[in-house]
Design a binder for this molecule. Structure first.
Ligand code: ATP
Ligand code: MG
Length: 445
């Protein structure tokens, strides 16, 4: 029985008191990406297993060790998405979006599933904001994608984060590089973990991304891909760096970044925060020119990134970044007696129809208990309706912060709020609409 009252290992609930932070991060990311032309796409939680084997790559840790794969009742092998890019690429192909206006820019917020050892910043169900840009081969696209990620982190107020970039070349440069890696790692074969021993022939670059202590120690001395880039890849990388410099984006070249998924080519990058411990990579991404072809489409280049939202939140809390206040009820309408309760319910509903968050009693409580509740939920104004108020049609409205009271016509509470408290009313209206800043003010007046 204990099992059903405990969430599965590696998952976490976002409780009502915290949810405004999540909405703020997601909204900031989506809206910042909109500035760059990215439109949201929504994709399924599960896909055919084969999609991830093919795109993420069957010698990666994600595919070999971390996927939640199951057969459905029809005997199909399905997998809960471990990341967003593969599903987005599949959707782009399925709906021929790569045949429409290019470049195609899409963004998304997705839950992801990986069977990993849970610890701070590493969960089995986690969330990513991500985006993908298809059809542009130019290094300007690489710089643009990195700049969106940078803009999101800046807008959220995150300071302690550093951009690291690398180029992992194209299949052409990798021929030579793989040879060099095989030669290097063959000398250390006995010391390496079993998985990496298997990778030596199939995909030696994967060894560079192994998390085992011994393999990562050995990897430190391995040849570097940057020394093996072909001319085109070299030129592409130089331009990306120039563009970042031109736009005032600080970065360092980290030749050890190879990224955990097979589909990457050329530019790869990570934004790393130093303050949240070992799981400091808040964003990872890069170019994947071979991916669409790999899953059956005509050659279409692409690039993108994924940002771990749990890690972003950790960094923001650690740095003391500001979050907007959660929505508070504007008005609580208390009532005494059955008749007054009906009137209170009517008035409450009319306030909501005007866009004001409002509540009234649903539990047949005493006025004292109702006021205690109003206080707990942080209502800014309260009104008490009794028989007298129902008869006279007027009541006192009390500002709970200042204690000020004012007699109002009960059907004109909304008008009163507009007049007396313009600024904060506007703010609560905007919050109630689930958005800050995108309401046309003129419509309210
Ligand atoms: P790591 O090296 O930390 O395992 P990764 O290279 O596997 O990360 P990506 O596949 O690039 O991660 O995913 C993009 C982002 O998603 C990461 O930078 C991180 O912020 C987040 N992320 C990845 N795995 C997890 C996880 N298990 N729990 C929470 N966030 C995660
Ligand atoms: Mg990982």
């Amino acid at each position: 029985m204990a099992l059903i009252t405990k969430a599965p290992r590696g998952t976490q609930d976002v409780l009502p008191a915290e949810v405004h932070k999540w909405r703020y991060i997601e909204k900031t990311a989506l809206e910042t990406a909109e500035l760059y032309g990215f439109t949201e796409i929504r994709i399924p939680v599960f896909e055919h297993t084969e999609l991830f084997n093919r795109s993420v790559g069957d010698t990666t840790d994600v595919v070999q060790k971390e996927m939640y794969t199951f057969n459905d009742k029809g005997g199909r092998s399905l997998t809960l998405r471990p990341e967003g890019t593969a599903g987005v690429a599949r959707a782009v192909l399925e709906h021929n979006l790569n045949k429409e206006t290019l470049p195609l820019r899409v963004s998304y917020v997705v839950s992801c599933y990986r069977y990993e050892k849970p610890q701070a910043g590493r969960l089995r169900e986690f969330h990513q904001f991500g985006l993908e840009l298809f059809g542009a081969e130019s290094p300007m696209a690489d710089a643009e994608v990195i700049m969106v990620a940078n803009a999101i982190l800046q807008t959220l107020g995150i300071k302690d984060v550093a951009l690291e970039i690398n180029s992992i070349g194209c299949p052409k440069c990798r021929e030579e590089y793989h040879k060099a890696l095989r030669e290097y790692f063959t000398a250390h074969l006995d010391e390496m973990c079993e998985t990496c021993q298997g990778r030596l022939e199939t995909n030696p670059m994967r060894i560079l991304d192994c998390k085992s202590t011994i393999c990562s120690q050995i990897a430190e001395g391995a040849p570097r891909i940057l020394d093996y880039l072909c001319e085109d890849c070299q030129a592409h990388f130089e331009t990306v760096k120039d563009l970042l410099e031109n736009n005032g984006i600080d970065f360092t070249v980290n030749p050890t970044i190879v990224r955990g998924l097979d589909y990457y080519t050329r530019t790869v990058f990570e934004f790393v925060a130093t303050g949240i411990g070992a799981q400091g990579t808040v964003c990872g991404g890069g170019r994947y020119d071979g991916l669409i072809e790999e899953i059956g489409g005509s050659p279409t280049c692409g690039l993108g990134f994924g940002m771990g939202l749990e890690r972003l939140l950790l960094v923001m809390e650690q740095e003391g970044c500001e979050f907007p206040e959660p929505v508070r009820p504007k008005v609580y309408i208390a009532s005494i007696g059955e008749e007054a309760a009906k009137t209170a319910a009517f008035l409450t509903e009319s306030l909501r129809r005007e866009g004001f968050p409002a509540q009234c009693d649903l539990m047949n409580r005493s006025v004292k208990a109702q006021m205690k509740y109003a206080d707990k939920i942080g209502a800014q104004y309260t009104v008490v309706i009794g028989d007298d108020e129902v008869d006279s049609g007027s009541a006192k409205i009390k500002n709970m912060e200042t204690g000020e009271q004012c007699e109002v016509n009960i059907i004109e509470i909304a008008e009163y709020l507009y007049d007396v408290d313009y600024e904060s009313t506007l703010e609560s209206l905007q919050n109630a609409a689930g958005s800050i800043g995108d309401i046309d003010l003129s419509k309210l007046l």
